[in-house]
Every structure is written in C-alpha cells, then in structure tokens.
Design a protein around this ligand. Sequence first.
Ligand code: HEM
Length: 418
Amino acid sequence: MDLRRDVTLGARLAVMRTGGLAMALAGDPVLRLLYRPWIDDPTPVQRRLRDATQPYASRSGVLVVATHALCRDLVRDRRFLVRTRSGGSLGGSVEGGRDPLLEPVDLSFLGMDPPEHTRLRRLVGTWFTPARVNAYEPLVTALAARLADEAARRERFDLVADVATPLPVAVIAEILGVPDDDAAAFARWGRAVAAGLGGVRSLRALRRLESAVVELRGLMGALLEKRRHDPADDLISHLAAQDADTDEVVSLAALLLLAGFETTSTLLSNAVAAMTDARGPWAQLAADPARSGDAVEETLRFDAPIQFTARTPHETTRIGDRDVAPDTVVMAMLGAAGRDPAVHTDPDVFDLDRPTKGEHLAFSGGIHYCLGAPLARLEGRVALTALAARMPGLHREDGAVRRRSLLLRSYQSLPVAV
Ligand code: HEM
C-alpha cells in the first residue's frame, strides 16, 4: 500500500466532499445533484439547468448543457474531446494520465480520442452490428424465459437481483466467451467495478474498486492467453487473434463487461419501475407485449440509465452562447435532455404512445455513440416481453432502494410481486 498516495488522495476526497457540499447548500445546482435529497430526485435541478437554455457555469468550474439541442451539439462536435490537452482525465489534477478519483477504471476507447479511439473501436465494432446482434435473439429469449419463469413461480422477487442483472451478465459472458465456471466471479467483480464508475467517495471504496479491477483483469488476461492457443467462436478469441497489446485487449474486454451490464440492468429495472407506478402503463404492455420496443425507447427517454457524459475542447470553442476555454469540462446532461419540453410534450409523463420517444440521447451521439445500443435494445425488448406475457399483474412492493449515483440512475433493489 502506498501511504503517501493514500494521504494525498484522502485529502483531496475530503476537500471535494466538504467543498462540494458547501456549494450545493449554497444553491449550486450542479453540485446539488451529488447530494441527498437532490440525487434521489434530480428532476427539479435538471429542469432548472435546462430552463437556463444556455450553458450553465457551475461554481465548481464545470459548464453544463441540459437542453436536447445543446447536448446533441456537444456530443456530435468533434472539437470536443474526452481527454485534456496533456492527455489527463477531464477535471482531474493528474497531468497526462488517469486521475484515480475521477476515473478509477481504465475505460479503454470510451476514454480515448482519435486516432486511438478509432483503432480500438474498429477491433470490436463488427461484433455489435444489428445483424450480428440479432443472431443472439434465440439465446437472449431462452435466458429471459428461464429467469421470468423462475421469478413468476416465486411470486415475490427482486427485479434487480433476479432478472435485470443476471440476464445481461449471462449475455455478455456468452458473447465474450467467459466459461460458466467463471461467470459468477465475473459478475461480482463487474458489479463492484460498475458501482465505482461515477467516481469514488472514500479511500475504502477506491481500494475495494482497485482490487476488483485487478481480479477482473486477471481473469480476462488468463482467458485471452487460453484463447490464443485454443480459439473458440467468441469475442475473446477474435481479440486474441488481433495484433494488439494484451493490456489493451484486457481493458477492451473489461469495457464491454462494464458498459454492457449495469446499464442494461438499469434499463430493465427503470422500465418496470416506471410502468408499474400507480398510473403506469404495465397493463397496456401486458395486453400487447409486442409493444416492448416502445417501452424500451420511452424508458431511455424518461429515465436514462447513464445521466451524463463530458467533453472538453483543446482550443477555445463555442457552444451555445459561450466560448469554452481549453480543458474546461462541459457536462452534457443526457437524462435532462430526454425531458426537454422543446422536443417532448408533457415530458415528465411516461407515455408508451408518445410519437417522439425515440428522440433521446440515452446512447449519446457522435463518435462515442454507444456501441452496444442494438444489443441493449434487443435485451430490453425480449426481457420486457417475457415479463409482461407471464405477469400481467406485476406490481411494486415496498422497499425499493435507489442507488446513490449521479452517473447511473438506477435501483439497488426493486421488490415486486406478480
Ligand atoms: C441501456 C443500456 C445502455 C446504455 C444506456 C448505454 C449508454 C452509453 C452511453 C451514454 C455511451 C457514450 C458515453 C459518451 O458519449 O461519453 C456508451 C458508450 C459505449 N457503450 Fe453503451 N450503453 C448501454 C449498453 C451497452 C451495451 C450492452 C454494451 C456492450 C456490450 C455497451 C458498450 C458501449 C461501449 C463499448 C461504449 C463506448 C463507445 C465509444 O467510446 O466509442 N453499451 N453507452
């Protein structure tokens, strides 16, 4: 353990926590989003940021865009990048490298700009085209049917633990080629790492996260080595056959796990939560489960699993009415964009019939547009169909727990009954 590093990181965490809380209490809307009660229901703060209609300058130094138009412009504008001029984390204090507090996990090409981004995204891009992903439909359907049957038999269950998490874990494990024996450990570490993705709040959390990353990378590395000699028809074997650095490939495989499962799990639980609210349209879906594709799009708009992303320019660049100085962090509130009244009528109402439901930025846009969007849509559609067809009376029980994260708007548990 590096004591000096821990002391420095601990001191920075304390400053971030107390400074942030003071500014939040003084009314800074962006910092408020990090604390209770605002983190539990960000809608009013997001509305305030969106109503500003132009980039909002937080006292933390971060600029925020929250309208659909500005968020879309930001993520599509190639002058806005994901690393600072020195190659560091956005908003970080580490020159030319990842800041462990803000970016505790190496996110492979999600955290890279061209040309590295282009090269690595190409290595896996062909595995996630809609045609290729559709070939997984029978597998996803069989997995979803098994999980939904088991849950229906139990009558009362936790949607997150019993359906929404095991489904995407099993799917991504299958695509990558993680053997069944390793799948449980893979899911456990993946979950631990995903929980820290939005930045860590304590040194203990950072240590837990770092040891999960070491375990996960160990498993991926061993698998890659095995597939170099004994290839199978899976993504790890495809990566093993490329002329790429082992460390790079391990990060890439870890990115697919992390980007792919907690987000999809969140999509499923947010969909069920929204639709089984008192006036929710679960009955409408149960009457016609084929509408599950509409339910997926409306959930992505209404309750985006990934609430924000960020970019920075390397030269002074204009967004909205502001000239943004190099290395200034600009956050795009993707979740707030989905509730923009300039695009959606009555945006705070969940409506399966909404004509504009597909106009959301839940998968971001531009060169970092979610690689797994076709897979996430397939899993969402198939799982909701399986649940709605078997459980027309599905409803919520007491005890739902929201996860305390600004990045991932999700549930830790969602008790339901059939
Ligand atoms: C509902 C589920 C999902 C949501 C809401 C989601 C959301 C996102 C968002 C917002 C980004 C872009 C972030 C940015 O612009 O900075 C992204 C990127 C990415 N996602 Fe997803 N994602 C989901 C599912 C998946 C799945 C299932 C996979 C793969 C198995 C996946 C793989 C990726 C990858 C590899 C990137 C990086 C793309 C790049 O940097 O070029 N995602 N996702």
